[in-house]
Structure formats: C-alpha cells, structure tokens
Design a protein around this ligand. Structure first.
Ligand SMILES: [Zn+2]
Ligand SMILES: [Zn+2]
Length: 240
C-alpha cells in the first residue's frame, strides 16, 4: 500500500491532473478544480422522476412533471449528472467533437454516481449508436465510451453492436422538438432481439435535449421485447 502511495505521489508531481475547464492543476487525476466545480449545476437526482426536469417548488419533489403527464416519454426514466449551460458545455463539446476521449473516465464516473440506482438493476448497458459512416469519420462514439465505462464499473454487459443506427440522420443543432422527432423517426434497429428480450436496459448518451433520440431508441428496444429502458446522460438541457 505504502509503495503505491509513493508511486502516486511522484506521479502527481511529474504528471499532475488538470482542470478540464480552466487548465489549473488539480490533485490526483484530471477533473474539475473547486472553482469550476462550483459553477456546474449538478442535478443530484432531484426533479421529475421520469425526465429529471428540475423543479423550483420543493413540494413537487418526487412527482411527475406536467410535461411528462401530458406527453409521457417512451423510455422509463432519465437521470442526468448536470445541466447543460455556458459552463458545462465545455465539458461536453471537446469530448464529443474534439477527440478528447481522455475525458471519458471523469464524465463516466460522474454518470456512474448519478445512475447508481438503475445501474445496479440493469442487465445490459448500451450507448446511443452513431451511423457507421459517421463513426468512420469521427473515429469514436462518445456515448459508447461512456456506456463501456459504466458497464465495466458496474460489472454489467456492454453490447456495442446490438442497437444500430440504420439511417445517417442529419445533425440536429437548431431543430425544434418536432423536427428532431421527425429527423430520428425509424433511425434505430435492434439487431439481436433475443439478446434484448426480457432485459433491463440502461441507455447512455452525452446530452439530453428534447428526448427525441432516446425515445426513438427506447421504441426500438421495447419493440425487441426490453423489459425496461432507463436513460442516463451526462448533461441535460434545462428548459426543454
Ligand atoms: Zn477549473
Ligand atoms: Zn418529467
């Protein structure tokens, strides 16, 4: 034990961790410094139990939000680690688009603690897939990296090629909720239905925006006989 502490000590001196947002040196592995950590709006499992929409009224805690009551999501539940805003976007965008795969353990660990409850009950962990052409261009799937990390940490099965994106949908940057819904319609397919049948699935993505993608994936998974689809995302757009 002492030996490993000494190694850790020297490793930290010569290769210190950095804050992913401001670049300052942090103790241990790279992550967030105290100041940047305090800028992030962590959800701490509060809000709507279905869609994790944050509430202002404490008495509403534990109740399903009005949006889910009028238009319930297809997936069973969503939990997100933090709100997507001007601070936290710099934790997501480099990981998604700029080859910063080194951020996966840090973000994965946040997501692990956020989703502990559903991860414990899960049979299979899946990431929202990219179309094979987009995967070739981008070289990695950020949602897949997170799902793989979670599966390893929670000792669950990770299946990268079971849920497929069969339509190379356009990127959804400025689309509204209805356009996003139409854009991903029929885009996902479960290849091995017998693997999914009767299983509790945890579906992982980087950001929840309108829920169109997660709902469409959940639809394909339920069609294949999934017992339950619980979603986990690192970030969640607030007022959607
Ligand atoms: Zn910082
Ligand atoms: Zn809700």
């Amino acid at each position: 034990m002492f030996f490993y502490n000494v190694i850790d000590y020297f490793f930290n001196i010569f290769m210190p961790g950095r804050c992913f947002l401001c670049g300052s040196i942090v103790y241990g592995k790279s992550g967030l410094c105290g100041k940047c950590f305090s800028e992030i709006y962590f959800l701490n499992r509060q809000g709507c139990p279905k869609c994790n929409r944050p509430y202002d009224l404490p008495e509403e805690e534990g109740k399903i939000c009005p949006v889910c009551l009028t238009d319930p999501p297809i997936f069973n539940s969503l939990r997100s680690a933090f709100i997507y805003n001007k601070y936290s976007k710099d934790l997501i965008l480099p990981f998604k688009h700029a080859d910063r795969t080194d951020m996966a353990p840090f973000l994965g660990n946040l997501l692990y603690h956020t989703g502990l409850e559903v991860l414990e009950k899960a049979d299979i962990i899946l990431g929202v897939p990219l179309h094979k052409r987009r995967l070739l261009k981008r070289k990695y799937n950020q949602a897949g990296l997170l799902a793989q990390y979670l599966a390893k940490k929670a000792h669950k099965k990770y299946l990268p090629n079971t849920l497929l994106r069969i339509i190379n949908t356009k990127t959804q940057g400025h689309d509204n909720a209805e356009q996003r819904k139409q854009n991903v319609k029929g885009a996902f397919l479960v290849k091995d239905t017998h693997v999914i049948h009767g299983k509790r699935i945890v579906l992982v993505d980087d950001v929840y925006t309108t829920g169109a993608t997660l709902n469409e994936c959940a639809k394909a998974l339920y069609k294949a006989g999934a017992l339950n689809v619980a979603c986990l995302t690192v970030a969640r757009v607030h007022l959607q």
